[in-house]
Design a protein. Structure first.
Length: 232
């Protein structure tokens, strides 16, 4: 199958973005009860929500370039694009993160392998999931209950009625400096993923169903007919 440069670059960029977030990125609903802090709400979410489905909007924000020497201008963060879609997950390590706009792409993990399917290219990239969740933002949503092992948690106050907390990876080789998570009335509202280059991925969530019934084969990936498969 012959790939043009634009499609290849787009696929590579989107794949890298999503591997960082692992698709990253996804969201859920914590049992509705009063919590004193964002940290308590996150811990309740991890303990109570074993699976979920819903919608997401993802916005990529580019780090500002440094102003010219002597300039008084304050550099502004620039949005580099917005995408949206749906997700479903079952912890630990199973999820489907489906981009629907502006174009279609699927990330799916069955607990063992991660599959990335680009519909336009009719191409599937397969990678071992292994310890990839570890200290990544995906561990917060898709992983087990060992957040304190991989992250340092601290409350980050209330902004616009949302309780925020900040997680800093304990590992030194992670691509992320910190992860912000916002809750309101026990419901997960948003995530902010800050990478080591100063870029930010903003995720907002809606229409969340917690612990929905899922079939035994809900996360089994089937290679689409005629698709090229790349291992790596």
């Amino acid at each position: 199958m012959q790939l043009n440069a634009g499609h290849t670059a787009r696929h590579s960029g989107r794949f890298g973005q999503l591997v960082r977030v692992l698709a990253v990125g996804a969201s859920m609903l914590v049992a509705s009860q009063a919590f004193a802090s964002g940290t308590e709400q996150l811990k309740a979410f991890v303990a109570q929500v074993k699976s979920a489905r819903g919608n997401f909007v993802q916005q990529e924000v580019r780090a500002p370039s440094k102003p010219a020497s002597g300039s008084d201008a304050t550099p502004m963060m620039k949005s580099t694009g917005t995408s949206s879609g749906t997700f479903v997950f079952a912890r630990p390590g199973k999820f489907i993160w489906s981009y629907e706009k502006p174009y279609s792409q699927l990330l799916q993990a069955d607990g063992d392998k991660l599959y990335v399917y680009d519909k336009d290219l009719n191409q599937v990239t397969v990678r071992a999931l292994g310890g990839a969740l570890g200290a990544s933002p995906a561990a917060i949503l898709f992983g087990s209950n060992d957040l304190d092992k991989n992250f340092t948690l601290k409350d980050a106050g209330v902004k616009a009625g949302i309780d925020w907390l900040e997680l800093t990876p304990k590992a030194k080789d992670t691509q992320f400096q910190k992860v912000g998570i916002g809750f309101k009335d026990g419901n997960l509202q948003a995530m902010e993923l800050h990478d080591v280059f100063g870029n930010v991925t903003l995720l907002t969530f809606s229409n969340i169903q917690k612990n929905p019934p899922l079939g035994a084969d809900a996360f089994k990936f089937t290679v689409p007919k005629g698709a090229d498969v790349i291992n790596g």
